[in-house]
Structures are given as structure tokens and as C-alpha cells.
Ligand binder design. Structure first.
Ligand code: NDP
Ligand code: 8X3
Length: 255
């Protein structure tokens, strides 16, 4: 039986790598993000390479109306969703709280917390109706620890951690599995976005140590969803060898 995965934030980084890995393992995909041209390009590349079905939905997870309208399209087509990867997210700014930009805070809270809630609110009833499904929430080491200047981003990811635990407790009785992956530093577009497009500064975040790559996290997500049905991986923390804790990177040691 071919399975279908719904991945938010599939236009870049972890979401994109997960889309490719799942397609290579015969999953059909529903890929979402705000950049339609990237979705179109990626869908074509995946179909051409893996011969799997790809649906793209272009919407902003911060808009409950857009989320509802797009999930409704799937409901109208009686689509079965086996896996939901709640991945869309971002950091915006890296300032001390007293210097923080309220627009940055709103972006992070609206995307990482409210966006994840809006998507989950629409998809969970489908999974309950189906009587099966697996939700993988992408948290962060920033949801387990905090570090200076991480304040609001860390707060949003602590909320993802809490929601992950809540969902698992609420959904087990419906046969739905809930897991989280919490990575440390992964080189994606994450730092470029966090540093408001400053590519030079973003590159420096990964200087002098071997960061994780998006494929490392995709690999963990695939591991989680490919366990036998009676096994659930509740929570995973994945760090670069050179990052023993949040905000703590050992540089220039050759690893
Ligand atoms: P990228 O910036 O490379 O990818 C982020 C993805 O999220 C993009 O596809 C983007 O798509 C999507 N996205 C962002 N905002 C919205 C929105 N409002 N509506 C819809 N989609 C949105 O970063 P990563 O791949 O690194 O990040 C993925 C997840 O991993 C995030 O939740 C992040 O917090 C988490 N994470 C990242 C780590 C890292 O070090 N990179 C470490 C720990 C966790 P588009 O712009 O097209 O909308
Ligand atoms: C991203 C990882 O350590 O930059 O969630 O907060 S970190």
C-alpha cells in the first residue's frame, strides 16, 4: 500500500530533503510552502526522479483561512494522509530581549506555534477518521534548552515540545503516533532567514565545525516513520558532534 506524506515547509532545507528521501522510499507527497515556483520545480524533479505522485499546496501557515482552504481541497479528493511532518518554521533576529523587534517575535510565534497548531487542527480530524496516521513535529534543541539571544525562538520551540507531548497523549487512543525530532545546527536557509538575509553572517554560523545537513534530519524522520506499527519514537535530539549543547559550538578542532 503506497503511503502519502504531507510535509510543511518543503521548499528548502529539512522539508525538501525529507521530501526527496520519502519519495525515494515510494511515498506519495503533499508538499507545502509559500514559494510556488520552488514547489513547482521540486515537484517536477521528484516526479521525474522517483515516479511518485506529488501534490503542491502554496499557502502561508500563519493564515488559518489559507490552511483550512488548502486542507479542504484534500478532503474533497478523499486523500488519505499517513504522515504529517510539521516542519515549516523559522527564527527571525538574534537580539537580546530588550532590543527585540516585535515584528520578528510575531513572525516566529505565528509560524512556529500558531502555524503548527492551524495545520494540526485541520489534519488531525482526518487522521482520526482514518484510524491511523503519524505526526512528526520538528522541534529544536532550542526547545529543550535556551541560549542568550535565542529568547523568543527558544520559547516557540519549547511550545512545540509541549504540543508534541500533548498530541501524543491525546491521540494514542485513536491509533495515531506522534513523534518529535529536535536538531542542533543544520546548515539550511535557517541562518540566512534568522539574520535577515545577511549571507556573510549566515555562513559564519557554520564556520570551523561540521554542522548537520538537512539529509541527516530527513534520515531520522524516515527512521521514525518506518518503525514497526507497534513502535513509537517519542522524541529525538540530534546534534553535531561539535555542538554538545544549545549555543555551545566547539570550533576549529577538525570536526
Ligand atoms: P529553511 O529556512 O531552509 O526552511 C524553512 C521552510 O519553512 C521553508 O520551506 C519555508 O518555505 C517554510 N516556511 C517558513 N515560514 C513559512 C510560512 N509562514 N508558511 C509556510 N511555510 C513556511 O530552514 P530549515 O529547513 O532549517 O527549517 C525547518 C524546521 O527545522 C524549522 O521548524 C526550524 O525551526 C527547524 N530547525 C532548524 C534547525 C537548523 O539549524 N536549521 C535546527 C533545529 C530545528 P517558504 O519560505 O517557501 O514558505
Ligand atoms: C535551530 C538550532 O541551535 O540555532 O533550531 O537554535 S539553534
Amino acid at each position: 500500500m503506497v503511503k502519502t506524506a504531507f510535509i510543511t515547509g518543503a521548499t528548502s532545507g529539512i522539508g525538501k530533503a525529507t521530501a526527496h528521501l520519502l519519495a525515494s522510499n515510494a511515498y506519495n507527497l503533499i508538499l507545502t510552502g509559500r514559494r510556488q515556483e520552488r514547489l513547482t520545480e521540486e515537484a517536477k524533479a521528484i516526479r521525474d526522479t522517483y515516479n511518485t505522485e506529488v501534490t503542491t499546496l502554496c499557502f502561508d501557515v500563519r493564515s488559518n483561512e489559507e490552511v483550512k482552504a488548502n486542507v479542504q481541497k484534500l478532503i474533497d479528493q478523499n486523500v488519505v494522509i499517513d504522515v504529517l511532518v510539521n516542519n515549516a518554521g523559522l527564527a527571525s533576529g538574534l537580539d537580546k530581549l530588550q532590543n527585540g523587534d516585535v515584528e520578528d517575535w510575531d513572525k516566529m510565534i505565528d509560524t512556529n506555534v500558531k502555524g503548527l497548531l492551524y495545520v494540526s487542527r485541520q489534519i488531525i480530524p482526518l487522521l482520526i477518521k482514518q484510524g491511523h496516521g503519524h505526526i512528526v513535529n520538528i522541534g529544536s534543541i532550542a526547545g529543550k534548552e535556551v541560549y542568550p539571544n535565542g529568547n523568543v525562538y527558544c520559547g516557540t520551540k519549547h511550545m512545540v515540545d509541549a504540543l508534541n507531548q500533548s498530541m501524543r497523549r491525546e491521540l494514542a487512543e485513536y491509533g495515531i503516533k506522534v513523534s518529535a525530532v529536535n536538531p542542533g545546527a543544520v546548515e539550511t536557509e535557517f541562518s540566512l532567514v534568522r539574520l535577515h538575509g545577511n549571507a556573510e553572517k549566515a555562513k559564519k554560523v557554520y564556520d570551523g565545525f561540521e554542522n548537520l545537513v538537512a539529509e541527516d534530519i530527513a534520515d531520522a524522520i524516515y527512521y521514525i516513520i518506518s518503525r514497526p506499527e507497534h513502535v513509537n519514537i517519542n522524541d529525538m535530539i540530534i546534534m553535531p558532534k561539535a555542538q554538545p549543547a544549545a549555543g555551545n559550538v566547539i570550533r576549529n578542532k577538525g570536526y
